[in-house]
Design a protein. Structure first.
Length: 264
């Protein structure tokens, strides 16, 4: 399944009457294995955020966290296992939702309570494509903040789902230097950055995502947004706007790429 930021609709809906037959775990994705749900109707799969999905059952909910590199693909049950496949959610139709996670930061948990009150979800900030993430919101949460604007963008308690690649790309498009103190943004710059974040994410979704060495889409194919990157992993190469060599720094133990001429 693609990580479609801001999509509030189910992205996989089984046919009426379809049941979750069993969970086939090849390996434990983390130290807390999911509770084994008995056979029950599988209603829908909905992403509350770009990295997390809710699998709604008749009784309770499975919470799937994709981590950094996880992906969920549709395959016939019994399909030969690939490297880094961790579990199958097998439906009675013979179709399986198979989870693959090379970096093993993902998880599958079960809750019988309201999933929106689960610790993984209850403190999440607005989605970047949601109406709540607008210029006024970003202006408000950046006031008096000393943290660098790129690190604020990547804080899930401020906005959910803007990862390292897309933060660098959005800041370039907004012409804002990633080291800038968040509180120094003007209201106009806050609006520019919101529009840039949305534009970058929408283009990435249309292109099928940005392929890391180990990321694949739901059909097993790589994403192609990498071919359209302006700054990420282009250190020393000429800026596509002004031809100034691009630079890289480390922020929060992550690589940041920017143009020293275009971004202020």
């Amino acid at each position: 399944m693609n990580r479609a930021a801001g999509d509030s609709h189910p992205i996989f809906t089984p046919r009426q009457g379809q049941y979750l037959a069993f969970i086939h775990a090849y390996t434990l994705v983390n130290e807390r294995p999911p509770a084994q749900a008995d056979i029950q109707r599988f209603f829908r799969l909905t992403p509350p955020s770009v990295y997390q999905m809710l699998l709604t059952l008749e009784r309770g909910t499975l919470l799937l966290h994709l981590g950094m590199s996880g992906n969920l693909r549709v395959a016939p049950a019994g399909t030969q296992r690939r490297a880094h496949d961790h579990f199958d959610l097998v439906l009675d139709s013979g179709v399986a939702l198979r989870f693959n996670d090379p970096r093993r930061f993902g998880s599958l948990l079960y809750t019988s309570e309201d999933p929106r009150r689960h610790p993984l979800l209850r403190h999440l900030a607005p989605e970047p494509l949601a109406a709540a993430f607008d210029a006024d919101y970003l202006w408000r949460v950046t006031r008096r903040r000393q943290v660098a604007i790129k690190q604020l963008l990547m804080n899930s308690q401020r906005v959910v789902g803007v990862g390292n690649i897309y933060a660098s790309e959005a800041l370039f498009r907004a012409r804002i230097r990633p080291q800038r103190r968040a509180g120094s943004l003007t209201r106009r710059e806050a609006g520019q950055l919101v529009r840039a974040v949305r534009a970058v994410l929408r283009q990435a979704i249309r292109a099928g995502g940005t392929t890391l060495r180990d990321y694949l889409k739901a059909d097993g194919e790589p994403g192609y947004f990498r071919q359209r990157l302006y700054v990420y992993e282009r250190r020393g190469q000429p800026c596509r706007r002004c031809r100034t060599p691009l630079r890289t720094i480390s922020q929060g133990q992550r690589s940041t790429y920017y143009c020293p001429s275009c971004q202020k």
